[in-house]
Ligand binder design. Structure first.
Ligand SMILES: NC(=O)c1ccc[n+]([C@@H]2O[C@H](COP(=O)([O-])OP(=O)(O)OC[C@H]3O[C@@H](n4cnc5c(N)ncnc54)[C@H](OP(=O)(O)O)[C@@H]3O)[C@@H](O)[C@H]2O)c1
Length: 327
């Protein structure tokens, strides 16, 4: 099969197209022919091998998984002898968290991993793009931010993968949502259902004192210290982007003060919990409250271009690769 092999850490040029053997399935695994695989901001960070701490998990001198990529959507080609929940021909999507391998025509994943049948309303591109941003934002809004109906929630970076999912999920839970994005994305943020949109090139939301119960900074560009005055008395600042300031704010606010700073690594949650989040996400999609946004789709061969685009930090929703071209 065609696959993208990682030759080391660094620029997008570390990726090379190659021919490798199709994965074989264990008795509890399904073999998926991939029609779309996600290219996420997290993928690009892992590609660079920075921060270096991540290499303890990914591989010290070079990635231990030669085929990159975690998010996928496709059609089951065959199933192992003990598989009971899926059958050949099912359209499925999910995250290959432990072994990666989705920048390829096929991936084998365990049936009890992070995989589910695709909602009928989604295309393969939408389904592949949905997992990273959707699952992460659902976890941040519900588990970390404890979102409640009627709360005032601000989403910074509302036009990205996490942000575009977050706006829709927060609306699903009955929050009053303020989306923050640049001028070019104001109409897009409104289309996602945001009640208010702040153009960060024109206005600074941190000057809106005592205004938000939850600030979810999906891109990690504003610190807890900058956002503190904009939070309500028991407000929470949450970001998926960890740095030393957020780490120390988390420790300090866990002991002192009514306003909290929080971080979580969704990929490090137990797989059962991630699968539970995926199932909740499907309920929100099937309720018609979440429609994943796709910015660009590239053929597998253009993985270098896809990564270079995501590296720029301005994608609108999600970017995917298309390992298999639909007949
Ligand atoms: N902790 C976790 O579990 C976890 C999981 C997944 C991802 N992450 C991390 O979460 C972060 C976000 O991921 P993502 O995929 O959502 O990123 P992304 O899609 O690449 O974000 C791009 C978006 O950010 C917006 N943006 C850029 N600068 C901004 C600014 N100064 N203010 C407001 N918006 C700005 C851009 O809009 P404009 O073009 O309009 O500027 C663009 O639409 C990444 O760092 C990723 O590694 C963490």
């Amino acid at each position: 099969m065609k696959a993208i092999i990682t030759t080391g850490y660094g620029s997008p040029e570390v990726f090379k197209l190659d021919k490798v053997a199709k994965p074989t399935t264990k008795s509890n695994e399904i073999l998926v022919r991939i029609y779309a695989s996600s290219v996420t901001k997290a993928d690009t960070m892992m590609r660079t091998g920075k921060p270096y701490l991540g290499r303890l998990i990914l591989g010290l001198t070079k990635p231990k998984h030669p085929i990159w990529g975690t998010g996928f959507a496709g059609v089951i080609e065959s199933v192992g002898k003990d598989v009971t929940m899926f059958k050949s021909g099912d359209c499925v999507f999910g995250e290959s968290i432990n072994s990666f391998g989705t920048y390829a025509e096929y991936v084998a994943v365990p049936e009890d991993g992070v995989v589910a049948k695709m909602p009928e309303s989604l295309s393969f591109e939408q389904a592949a793009g949905m997992c990273d941003g959707g699952i992460t934002s659902l976890s941040f809004l519900c588990n970390i931010g404890n979102i409640q109906p009627g709360q005032k929630v601000l989403i910074n970076g509302a036009s990205g993968s996490l942000g575009s999912a977050a706006v829709q999920i927060a609306k699903h839970f009955g929050a009053e949502v303020t989306a923050v994005c640049s001028t070019t994305n104001v109409a897009f943020a409104k289309s996602l259902g945001a009640d208010k949109v702040i153009d960060y090139t024109q206005n600074d939301f941190t000057t809106n004192k005592n205004s938000y119960d939850l600030i979810y900074d999906t891109v990690g560009v504003r610190s807890f210290a900058e956002c503190r005055d904009a939070l309500t008395e028991h407000g929470c600042y949450a970001s998926p982007v960890l740095g030393m300031p957020l780490l120390s704010d988390m420790v300090i606010t866990s002991m002192f003060g009514s306003k909290k700073a929080k971080f979580s690594a969704t990929g490090a949650l137990p797989q059962k919990e991630i699968k539970y989040l995926l199932d909740l996400l499907i309920d929100i999609i099937e309720a018609g409250h979440l429609s994943p946004a796709i910015d660009r789709a590239y053929p597998l061969e253009q993985v270098v271009e896809a990564h270079a685009y995501v590296d720029k930090g301005h994608k609108k929703g999600n970017v995917v690769l298309k390992p298999t071209v639909m007949a």
